[in-house]
Every structure is written in C-alpha cells, then in structure tokens.
Design a protein around this ligand. Sequence first.
Ligand code: UGA
Length: 452
Amino acid sequence: SGAARPRLTFLGVGYLGATYAICFAELGYEVMGVDVDPERIARLGEGEVPFHEPGLDELLRRNLASGRLRFSTSYEEAAEFGDVHFICVGTPQRADGMGADLSYVEASVSSLAQNLTRKALIVGKSTVPVGTAEWIEQLVGKHTPADLGVEVAWSPEFLQEGFAVEDVLRPNRIVVGVKSEWANGMLYAAHKGVFDLAATEDREVPLVVTDFATAELVKVAANAFLATKISFINAMAEVCEVAGGDVTQLAKAIGYDPRIGNRFLQAGVGFGGGCLPKDIRAFQARAQELGAGEALRFLHEVDLINMRRRNRVLQLAAELLNRRYGPAGPDLSGTRIAVLGATFKPNSDDVRDAPALAVAALLRKAGSDVRVYDPQGMENARKAQPDLTYEATMDDAVRDADLVCVLTEWADFRNADPAALGELAAGRRVVDGRNCLDSTAWTQAGWEYRGM
Ligand code: UGA
C-alpha cells in the first residue's frame, strides 16, 4: 500500500540532504530534514542555507513559510514523521586514504531504526561502496522487529554543485534499487512530483528500476567515467604540449562525434571537489576487496594524470619566471605570484580537494610570495589553507605580481581586461590553468601567455 504522497525525511542535511529536502518540499511533499548538528538545523530553520548554491535560499524560505518543510535534530521525530527516509549523511575518505568511512551511515541508520514504530522505507542516497545496501538491510533487521516490515532501497543522486536545484527538480534520470513491489511503489510515489513536473513541461524522466548492487554501482561508475573523460583530455594535453598541438581544438573536433560528446573535455589543472577524486579512490579500493582490482587499475592512472596537472602549472611558472625546475621542483624565492581562483570549480564556494588551492600551496612551498583571490571561496580557503595570503580583490592580488595564474575559470577572470591588469602587475606573465582566457587578447596586451 504505497501512500499517495508519502512524507519524506532526509537524514543528514549537508549539501546533499539539505538540497533534496528543500527541493522536495518545493515539489509539494511534506518534508523533514534531520541532522545531529544543532547549529546547522537552527540555521536552516531560520531560512539560512549554510553553503553556496544558486537559487536554494529562496526555495528554503518559501517552503519554510508554506509549512511543508521543517528541520529537527531528533531521530525520534523523524521516525514518527516519515514514510520514506533518505540517508544523506557523508561518506568521507577513510584515514587510509582509499576506502569510504561508513560510520555516519551506520549511526544514522541505527538511530532511525531504533525509533521506528511502523512500516517505513529506508533509502540510501549517499555515495557508498557496492554492498552497503545489503549491509544496511542487516543493520535494520537487527534494530527493528521483523513484524514491522521495514524495508531498504537504494537511489543514487547525481547533483552537480552550482546546478543542484535543477538536478533535483529536473534530473536526467532516476535510478532505484529495490527488492519488493512495495518498495518500488513507495519510491515511485516519493518521486511522483518529479515525474509530474516533467509531464507539465513535456519532458520525460527515464526511470531505471534495478537491484541494490547495480543502483550503487551506477553512481560510482558515472563519476569514474567523468573523471576518466577529464583525465583523457588532460593526457591528450600532455601529448599536445610535446607535439605542438592545440588540445582545445582537438577536444572540439573529437567532441562533434556524438559517441564522444563535447562536454567534460575541458583540459586544465584537473578535477577536484568532494566527489570525483574521493570516489575513484574508494571505487578502486572496493573493487580490490571484491577481487576485481585489475578491472579498475586504470583509475589509478586517471588519478596520476590528474595530479600531474598540478605540477605542470609549477613547470610553466618556472619557465615564465626563468627559474630552474630541479628534482625537488622549482625555486621561486623572491617572486610574487597572483593565484586567481581557490574553489574546485566556478560558481561554488567549495575548496575540497581544489586544484587551485593545492597549486597555490605548492607555489608558496617553492618560495614564492603567493596572493590568492577567489570571488566566493575565500572563507573556506582561509580555513583550509590558513598559511596562504589572501587579497580582497582581483586587482589587489595582481598588483606587483611577477606572474598571474588563473586556476578556476570564474567569469570575473575570463572577462577581466588584460590591459588594465597589465598596468597593475610587475611582470606580464600569465598561466591559464583552465584554458579559459582569450589568449589573443592577453598576448596583444603584452602578456606572455601559457595555457595548459
Ligand atoms: C560531480 C559529478 O559531475 C556529478 O554528476 C556528481 O553527482 C557529483 O560529482 C557527486 O558525486 O556528488 P561536482 O563535484 O559538483 O559533480 O563537479 P563537476 O562539475 O563534475 O566538476 C568536477 C571537477 O572536474 C571540477 O574540479 C572541474 O573543474 C573539473 N572539470 C570538469 C574539468 O577539469 N574539466 C571538465 O571538462 C569538466
């Protein structure tokens, strides 16, 4: 008996859970967001989104006002309230650097299960190693009486930071891993708002109904593919550099083949963020455990190509500044470098595993006086790399710099006037770490330009 409009809880209201909770309230569901962090819950309850995501603030305030959305620190309240419970807690990289840490998943599932007094569906959404759904099912079995009939399902998410609201309201597919018709029906009801919205816009959202393992694997396979695509084009960039080719034109030319596609072929300083780097490592670790390590050995290479891009910026910096690049890297002492960009991509304030910030730290370690500026990421960057020097504006960062490195492709940087910046800089040298600048315009303004 699938409820027509099940009540939903999102357990863990970090980036993922908060975005889903808010968007599903917008779709018309009664929603509760739950977290063990009282400060986070208080802020959300007051209408403040604790991270940067375009469009989300307005939806939060509107749906708090509508009464459809509430926040709580209580798993007891969550158990009482919800028909379908989505697990959205974090799965950080384990201390050993490879596998995923499932302690938050375990804690949240146990707390919920212990408080359940009626039949409900528990749906995993966090990115996890394949096999986790089965394990959660056993965990739930331990904490709830069998006659309650609590069931488990899996439904991965594919949010991109900066586009998360659209990705939830208008996803390009919904994937569910289920074991029963009841679970299938409940999950359909829990997503009916998404299908209805699509219907009013004359779109269709493909639905893939599958088993637990496939649903779990879809997520990591998709991220592994995207990471591989980026490293592929960065590997081509390495070859272009020695062969004298232009990787941007190469990407454009291969991208016209629809089997390849033109997206995610932007060569540069590589991928970062809270997902791709961690996911490809955890996926390899899991495959190894399962005895299929060889199948994913190429992901190690994907990771290596990605990390080499950071050193490539150091090489280009040394080249432009006429410094030797020794076995321990370049000696950049006595130079000043402006690093433009700190976040892992534009339109985000997220600096987790950000190539820009990592390169800034490497340049500083090489002895340079590094000045960092980012339009949105300064607060998080200061916390992550407190030793770096931050400037309040792009102009302040560029003033008196011997070299400018653009490492995140913010529109502010792409649209900057190279002539005006040239007046401020001590030397007109620029490394375009994202191949995002108009190289002709910069060169005409007297800059010595190097792309990736
Ligand atoms: C990524 C995936 O794109 C989402 O589909 C997925 O849901 C999400 O991870 C997740 O697992 O939660 P996200 O981390 O927000 O989303 O960022 P992306 O837009 O994928 O960018 C990742 C990194 O790749 C950025 O550092 C970006 O600069 C870099 N990138 C991207 C390139 O270097 N070149 C490209 O062509 C594209």
